[in-house]
Design a protein around this ligand. Structure first.
Ligand code: F6R
Length: 600
């Protein structure tokens, strides 16, 4: 989704261009199709280009701008109008007095555009955003100050937005937020704003999370936050404990591979101070005051939905009725909700529009809400009654990897919080997971298997019970980064239709861990596949006899239920990564995908 960066340096400094461009490259992971910047150096200079940031760099090289102390930049993910240079942000008013960047959707833009057009304004783009600079321009015409013009224009908008504006001859940035993320950074002699912290973490870790309905005014020395009526609001300044190195690639070819390898550390971080090994108990301060619910509804999208399916299985196992819903399909009015209902929003970014809508509906319907998220101060964290941070650290690769593993473990902690009877067993299981993941990372043969099957017609993944969400996730990871056809199935469903797709050209990846009834049944499904000539790769801990029917094995250590699901998934992450790598795909920024999907 769109990314915003803004910078105000000391008067006379000339580093706006480099700070803004570097900020944009840190926001690339959010997904974009065009980019632009506006630099204020007495007058405003705007540069835009369709395509990758390198195209914008080329534009800047061919016309070196005068780089002042103030700038804003934007990576655009098209919603209104195709990814053309004219639609890239920043957008300006007709006189070039104000430049605006925007993330979100202005729902009443057509009515505003009609009014502005009727008053003689000529639009130069297809975007909803362009109404904003023109509205501001009209108020400037009336003699309003930049700040008042900005506030009055924002007051006319309906929809979701994070907006930043810079004016000619004014060393200040004005910003506002409604339902789209915006975080402010306070450095020494400089201030920043961005859609996400990595954009300016190199410069400062002191941040303010702007809230819905608030406005901000940034000058080199200070940040002022006001409410919609203009009253000053004292906002807490928070310290972000991500080190800048964590937002870099640390020698890995891709962020995705780095993040896969960071999983042991991420999981330790998730478990820290939440599991007492000596006492054999789980205790999560974040969940204090959250009673065992009568029932649980999960709302989530994509990879987080797979984590939610897994969480629902864990809760049902503990006797708590639980269901996972795709957030985009969730309608709170159609599902019984009472004061005993807990709605859990699983969302690594904490900003996914579908999940946010579902959580708001659940709030309105009277449910207790819990956000399970990676981003401190995110919209989900603030909208919910309770928040449980998964503490995976920054995830830059668009494909979610370490955040999924951390969600699995976080949901196991939450399930245990509701049913302490399982403590001893789960503490043992959880304690061992980071080491087991490390073993998989150190020994995985996924690269060889990827080489063997990179030309396959399609990839199928099967699993049962707690390995079913892992099969779905394995397929999603494969399709999103390799662009190859991949499907995940409940192992038992194969014979009810999908088996028709299985041929000698379609490897089937079967996740079979443990030696219980589920494993035995899945081995039966593997035999069905094998009988039809499909190559079989077993992801197994060797406790069943699946290896007899498999062409290859991706081995995982024997682990408890939660651990087996986490480590089997690590093999599938590596498989997807290496297939995509061998096919030369854009792994960290797959086509048509965004890290944080802030539109419904
Ligand atoms: C896939 C992926 C997406 C996200 C989905 C929800 O690798 O990353 O499917 O899982 O867009 O995102 P969050 O978790 O931020 O709500």
């Amino acid at each position: 989704m769109c990314g915003i960066i803004g910078y105000v340096g000391e008067p006379g400094s000339t580093d706006a261009r480099s700070v803004v461009m570097q900020g944009l490259s840190s926001l690339e992971y959010r997904g974009y199709d065009s980019a632009g910047i506006a630099l204020m150096n007495g007058h405003l200079e705007v540069y835009k280009a369709a395509g990758e940031l390198s195209a914008l760099e080329d534009r800047l090289e061919s016309t070196p701008p005068e780089s002042g102390a103030v700038g804003i930049g934007h990576t655009r993910w098209s919603t209104h109008g195709p990814p053309l240079e004219k639609n890239a942000h920043p957008h300006t008013d007709s006189e070039g007095r104000v430049a605006v960047v925007h993330n979100g959707i202005i729902e009443n833009y057509q009515a505003l555009r009609d009014e502005l057009t009727a008053s003689g304004i000529r639009f130069r783009s297809d975007t909803d955003t362009e109404v904003v600079p023109h509205l501001i321009g009209q108020y400037l015409e009336m003699g309003e100050t930049p700040e008042t013009a900005f506030r009055r224009a924002i007051g006319q908008l309906e929809g979701s937005y994070a907006i930043a504006a810079v004016f000619e001859d004014t060393e200040t940035i004005y910003a506002a937020r409604q339902d789209s993320p915006l975080v402010l950074g306070i450095g020494s002699g400089a201030t920043y704003l961005a859609s996400d912290v990595p954009a300016f973490i190199k410069h400062t870790n002191q941040v303010i999370y702007l809230e819905d309905g608030q406005f901000a005014r940034l000058s080199a020395e200070s940040v002022t936050v006001t409410d919609s009526a203009g009253n000053p609001v004292e906002m807490p300044v928070e310290t972000v404990d991500w080190d800048p190195e964590a937002a870099g690639k640390s020698g890995y070819e891709h962020f995705m591979l780095k993040e896969i390898n960071e999983q042991p550390a991420a999981l330790r971080q998730c478990l820290r101070e939440r599991v007492d090994e000596l006492a054999g108990t789980v205790s999560c301060a974040d969940l204090e005051g959250l009673e065992t619910p009568g029932s649980v509804q999960f709302v989530a999208c994509g990879t987080s939905y797979h984590a939610a399916l897994f969480g629902a299985i864990l809760l049902r196992e503990r006797g708590i009725p639980a269901q996972a819903f795709l957030a985009s399909e969730y309608v709170a009015d159609r599902i019984p909700i009472d004061s005993e209902t807990l709605v859990i929003g699983a969302t690594q970014s904490g900003e996914t529009a579908d999940t946010m809508r579902a959580l708001r509906e659940a709030n309105r319907a009277g449910a207790t809400t819990l956000a399970v998220t990676n981003v401190v101060g995110s919209s989900a964290a603030r909208a919910c009654d309770h928040v449980f941070y998964i503490r995976a650290g920054p995830e830059i690769g668009v494909a979610a990897t370490k955040t999924f593993a951390s969600q699995q473990v976080a949901l196991a902690l939450i399930a245990t919080h509701f049913d302490s009877g399982y403590d001893r067993e789960i503490v043992r299981t959880l304690r061992d997971i980071p080491e087991q993941v490390q073993t998989v990372l150190d020994t995985s043969q996924a690269r060889d298997i990827a080489t063997e099957y990179e030309d396959a017609e399609a990839f199928f993944f099967i699993g049962r019970d707690y390995q079913y969400p892992v099969a779905l996730e394995g397929a999603l990871k494969m399709k999103e980064i390799s662009y190859e056809h991949a499907e995940g199935f409940a192992a038992g469903e194969l014979k009810h239709g999908p088996l028709a797709l299985v041929t000698e050209e379609t490897p089937v990846f079967a996740i079979v861990t443990g030696d219980g009834r589920d494993a035995r049944k899945t081995v039966g499904n593997v035999k069905e596949v094998e009988a039809r000539g499909a190559p079989v790769v077993a992801i197994t801990d060797g406790r069943s006899d699946v290896e007899r029917y498999a062409d290859h094995v991706l081995a995982v250590p024997a682990a408890g239920k939660v651990g087996s699901a986490v480590i089997a998934n690590v093999q599938l992450q590596l498989l997807a990564y290496w297939v995509a790598n061998r096919l030369g795909r854009s792994i960290d920024k797959p086509r048509n995908l965004a890290k944080s999907v802030t539109v419904e």
